[in-house]
Structure formats: C-alpha cells, structure tokens
Ligand binder design. Structure first.
Ligand code: ZN
Length: 214
C-alpha cells in the first residue's frame, strides 16, 4: 500500500507482511538525505523504513505500508518486543547531533503521513506514536531533543482521531449524560438503553483487545 504524494523508491530490506500495526515510530537519519536514501536502499545495510522525509519536505516511500520494514532494531514497548512486527517507521532527515533542527516542511509532511497511517490503521493511537529512542534496546538516540513533540502533535487535527476513539467518546458522553457511569441510572434510562450501551461498550472493548490496545 502506498502513501499519497510519495515517490516510491523501493528498499530490498523488508519482510512480507507484519504481525500487527499498533505503533508508529519516528526516527532521525543521523545523516544527509542522500546518504540516508542510499543506506536505506542498500541490501548490505539491512535497514529500511516505510517513509523518509527530507528537510525540504520531499517524501519517499521505501517499503509498502503492509510490509515489515527494518527500522526499530532490538526494541520493546510495554508487552511488545521486536517492534518491526507491529509498527510503521518514518525517518526524518536530521544530523541527530542535538543541534540540527527539524524543518517546518518535515513537521507538516510528517503530520499528513501520520494522519493517513491512522486512517488506514485505526489501531495506531496518538499515544502509540513513539520515538525510536523510547523503544530501542540498543540505545538509539533518535529523533533526539530537537524533535518538538508538542509542535508535531498539535498538527494532528481532531479528525485524526481513530474511529474507535470517536465511538468510545460518544459512549462516555452518553454514560455521563445519563449518569449510568455513577451507577445512578434513573428512570430516564430504560433497561433497553442500558443493555444497548453495555453491548456497545463490550463490543468496543473486544475490538480494541483484538487490535492489541488493551
Ligand atoms: Zn532510528
């Protein structure tokens, strides 16, 4: 599967398919765009990512979204290990020297890519967008302190909320309005409404469990 508006330059460094898609991992290349591109497409490097975003905002896709790119290395988050099995990886051109700023074009292209990935894989939540350094077991430092997480996350508009989250919020609102949440269901809620609510909640939780969210 291809990202909209990406140039496709295939990397040989991937496996067909993946166990799941729960995380999105952000990287800094630690090198110029040209050396990153040649490294990520060189069979000898045994590394890749799904996407590479240059400082100019140029977007390259290297691996089809549904395939397993080799970007996270030895890694762990919560109960998940080997995050290549569960994630999309995006590289940003950056020297990774704690001084090189990420460009506005990168933040905006990244936000667009992330929103598209969330649409395709609603099981990626905003909380599951992580930096390589957070999950790496071999001490990878990227994307580093120059990556402005708040600035980036502010660009993920409300529309990027996954469907299950929108549905969950609606249920919470319903529960709050009807005071069901406090266990003070009154005559205003019929038994039917209560049963419907609980059934919807049960199905949501089941769905999220299947997607590995709980
Ligand atoms: Zn990395």
């Amino acid at each position: 599967m291809r990202l909209t508006d990406a140039e496709f330059i295939p990397s040989p460094n991937y496996n067909k398919g993946r166990k799941g898609t729960i995380f999105l991992i952000i990287h800094g290349t630690g090198s110029s765009f040209n050396s990153a591109l040649s490294w990520l497409t060189n069979p000898a490097s045994e590394v890749s990512a799904h996407g590479l975003i240059a400082k100019t905002g140029r977007l390259i896709q290297l691996v089809e979204l549904e395939n397993r790119a080799w970007h996270a290395g030895k890694s762990k988050w919560g109960n998940y290990t080997d995050l290549n099995d569960f994630s999309i990886g995006i590289e940003l051109e950056n020297l990774d020297n704690k001084k090189d700023p990420y460009s506005e074009a990168q933040y905006s292209v990244l936000a667009k890519v992330v929103k598209e990935c969330i649409q395709i894989y609603p099981s990626i939540t905003v909380a599951n967008i992580l930096g390589h350094s957070q999950v790496s077991l071999s001490g990878k430092p990227d994307p580093g302190p120059m990556f402005a997480w708040d600035h980036f996350k502010a660009q993920l508009s409300i529309n990027s909320k996954p469907e299950w989250k929108i549905e969950m919020d609606k249920n919470w609102e319903f529960a709050r309005n009807t005071e069901l949440i406090k266990g003070e269901a009154t005559d205003t809620i019929t038994k039917y409404e209560e049963a419907t609510f609980l059934a919807r909640l049960y199905n949501l939780i089941k769905k999220q469990h299947a997607e590995g969210i709980f």
